[in-house]
Design a protein around this ligand. Structure first.
Ligand code: C5P
Length: 411
């Protein structure tokens, strides 16, 4: 996005505060932001905060002679590569759908010759209203792009569609839009891009038995690995998903091998070779109780607490890296709580894989078990920082990145 610029129109809605974060995210990715704040928008965020974050003068009054002298509203509407409306209120959507132009925001929207992306935000009943849905259909027909709204709890206490997409989602959509030369807001591998290739994905935790009723495990939900397997299968790869115990349904079109322990996971992975692509997402237990007892350890009165001797588990990723039938593109994950990139770079060498997808799993990030992820793709060639996005999107983007790599476009 470096060198690109966005004209951001901030409408009057409670979601306006999220637009401040959107400005920050766009700026950190090198995208310039100039903002128009509607009259109603100024009730929710101040021109000063918008100006401080964007580093640009904020425009808010159509009839300001000073503004017009500095930059006419027609010129302003065309000064950016993309016009983004966030939050896009029911009012702003209605105005553009019907060609009204009675303030700076609606005038700029009508006068621009650049593509327009709207991130709607409104009460669920307003969103579902026939008038809004009619306007939405008209705007889509006119070529306006949309991101969101999402389902969820609303500031007004109701639940349903109408929540503005998260700043990270909007920023990711904008980034993709620019990267694809304006073709799409979503990065995914073209249909059939992985046809004829075999993929192996591990996901979830492993459980290492102590006795018949107790085990050692971890907090991995499996969501990220399942999303990656889903995306690889959708792109046409014949996909085997080796999964530890999780609570989620397997993606369609994927061969699921359920396992419990690390040793079972390794055996299942080896049975799935050869593979062109392997993505090791599982949070494999590094150690297991050396002996899994056949009967339950009893709590005897007065007896000392038992101690458990641990044995090291096989490292599945490192084993596959040295395997006679090593997967063509071998990708590991690195869940870290500090020095994420440095640890990932060290892990790339130590494990002998081709890429490491690194993420920060400090409790404050909410990544473990959550629906979002912020990852960095670490390869011998360098580091790619991806913005925060839903785990499903990390899956589709990774599948697209993999398709590029195996088809020889990128290393
Ligand atoms: O060493 P660490 O557990 O941080 O490495 C993480 C990567 O290694 C992940 O890709 C994980 O799936 C893989 N791994 C493995 N077998 C192990 C431990 C980790 O495949 N025993």
């Amino acid at each position: 996005m470096r060198g690109k610029s966005v004209l951001l129109i901030i409408g009057g809605g409670i979601a306006a505060y999220k637009s401040l974060e959107l400005i920050r995210q766009l700026k950190t990715r090198g995208c310039g932001v100039r903002a128009i704040l509607t009259q109603a928008g100024t009730e929710f965020v101040t021109p000063l905060s918008v100006a401080s974050l964007s580093g640009e003068k904020v425009f808010s009054d159509l009839f300001s002679l000073t503004d017009e002298a500095e930059m006419g509203h027609i010129q302003l509407s065309r000064s950016a590569d993309l016009v983004v409306v966030a939050p896009a209120t029911a009012d702003l959507m209605a105005k553009l759908a019907n060609g009204l132009a009675n303030d700076l925001a609606s005038t700029a929207l009508l006068a621009t010759d650049k593509p327009v992306l709207m991130a709607p935000a409104m009460n669920v009943r307003m969103w579902n209203h026939a008038a809004t849905q009619r306007n939405l259909a008209t705007l889509k027909k006119d070529g306006v792009l949309f991101v969101g709204p999402n389902d969820g709890e609303m500031a007004c206490g109701e639940y349903g569609p109408g929540r503005m997409a998260e700043p990270a989602e909007i920023a990711a959509a904008i980034e993709t839009y620019f990267a694809s030369g304006g073709r799409t807001l979503e990065v995914r591998a073209p249909d059939g891009a992985l046809n004829g290739l075999r993929a192996l994905v591990t996901a979830g935790p492993t459980q290492e038995p102590i006795d018949p009723v107790r085990f050692i495990a971890n907090r991995s939900s499996g969501k990220q690995g399942y999303a990656i397997a889903d995306a690889l299968a959708r792109a046409g790869a014949e996909t085997t998903l080796v999964s530890g115990p999780v609570e989620i349904a397997p993606p369609a079109g994927v061969r699921l091998l359920k396992v419990t322990t690390a040793r079972e996971m390794l055996a299942a992975c080896e049975s799935a070779l050869p593979a062109d692509i392997a993505v090791m997402t599982a949070a494999v237990a590094d150690w297991r109780p050396e002996v899994a007892l056949n009967s339950k350890i009893k709590k005897e009165a007065g007896a000392a607490a038992p101690s458990i001797r641990m044995a090291e588990n096989p490292d599945i990723l490192a084993t596959l890296a040295r395997h006679a039938t090593r997967p063509g593109l071998l990708i590991g994950f690195a869940a870290e709580t500090d020095d994420v990139i440095a640890h990932a770079q060290a892990k790339l060498k130590k494990k002998g894989c081709d890429w490491i997808v690194a993420n920060d799993v400090s409790p404050a990030t909410g990544i473990m078990g959550g629906d979002k992820n912020t990852v960095h793709i670490v390869t011998a060639g360098g580091v790619e920082d991806w913005p925060e996005m839903p785990k499903s999107e990390v899956g589709t983007r990774l599948a697209a990145r993999i398709a590029d790599a195996v088809r020889g476009k990128a290393a």
